[in-house]
Design a protein around this ligand. Structure first.
Ligand code: GUN
Length: 295
């Protein structure tokens, strides 16, 4: 379907990258080194490879230095923790991420907790999560802060509105529900956090002014769950097999776009909605980590 209510996350992310590039030029002119992001990728998951590739490319675009560290999926937890410690101590590295998911024999919580909070540009460390909840300056997780920033820059009024978040993951659902309830970029939403055990989900969704779909199940949100005029933010990026595509797959969001888009006052497409914002906010975190203006 063709609708004229698309929220252009790609353009908004481009705008942010132009601002970051200008800040990098200023740093350089003042004789400072450019921000340096490192990304750790374990194994060969197709989605993770694509995300990390895009993150490294985005660094080049804004004038950052970047380093990609790749390990096979049989790397031991101890060896990975040792790499994290090297990055923690390396004065050349301003911030780094360990791309998730990790192989089953590695405890992701243990790896995340090993990252120095000042270099945790994913904002996943319990220190940064705690500071975020407390309303203290922190490195904020990229997808949640990207959603708040996208709504703000699109001029979508959120203050006082009812936002229903579907999905309670540590990466998106839980942190975005916290950020949306705060007075950050004037978000100030009344938030309902729904998940797999929620009763009357469709009924609750129909009371939403804003729906954030972060379930990870393709086309989960259908027209009967959306009040006409609602704003719909689709965080889903599931690869679904598609023989007609050269890549062999189609990227599917968590929203049944064809039937929901005509109802919504504004909706993010997949791809080109939330995804590019995640990368822009990661770059912004790296800039902040490099300039030491975090806590
Ligand atoms: N896996 C899915 N999203 C993310 C992200 O934002 N950062 C990392 N490191 N892994 C992810």
């Amino acid at each position: 379907v063709q609708t004229n209510n698309l929220i252009d996350g790609k353009q908004t992310a481009e705008d942010i990258k132009v601002e970051i590039a200008a800040a990098v030029a200023k740093l350089k002119a003042a004789g400072h080194k450019v921000p340096h992001l490192a990304a750790v990728l374990v194994g060969h998951d197709g989605g993770s490879e694509a995300y990390v590739r895009n993150k490294v490319l985005a660094c080049e675009r804004v004038g950052f230095q970047s380093t990609l560290l790749r390990y096979e999926d049989d790397i031991t937890e101890a060896a990975l923790l040792a790499k994290v410690d090297e990055l923690n101590r390396d004065p050349e590295i301003d911030g780094f991420i360990v791309q998730l998911p990790l192989p089953a024999h590695i405890n992701p919580e243990k790896v995340i907790e090993a990252i120095r909070p000042e270099k945790d540009v994913d904002g996943f460390h319990p220190m940064n999560i705690g500071r975020m909840v407390a309303g203290l300056p922190a490195l904020l997780p990229a997808t949640p802060s990207g959603i708040v920033e996208l709504l703000s820059r699109q001029g979508i009024k959120t203050s006082g509105k009812h936002c229903v978040v579907i999905g309670r993951s540590n990466i998106v659902g839980t942190p975005v529900s916290i950020l949306l309830a705060k007075n950050l970029d004037n978000a100030n939403c009344t938030v309902t956090l729904c998940h797999s055990r929620t009763e009357n989900l469709a009924e609750i969704c129909r009371t939403a002014d804003i729906i954030v779909a972060a379930i990870g199940r393709p086309e989960f949100v259908t027209a009967d769950m959306v009040r006409p005029g609602a704003v719909v933010i689709d965080v889903g990026t599931t690869r679904v097999a598609d023989a007609t595509k050269k890549s062999g797959y189609t990227l599917k969001g968590d929203v049944k776009f064809a039937e929901v888009a005509p109802l919504a006052s504004a909706i993010t497409p997949v791809p080109g909605g939330v995804g590019p914002m995640t990368i822009a906010m990661l770059l912004l975190n790296t800039l902040r980590a490099a300039t030491g203006e975090i806590y």
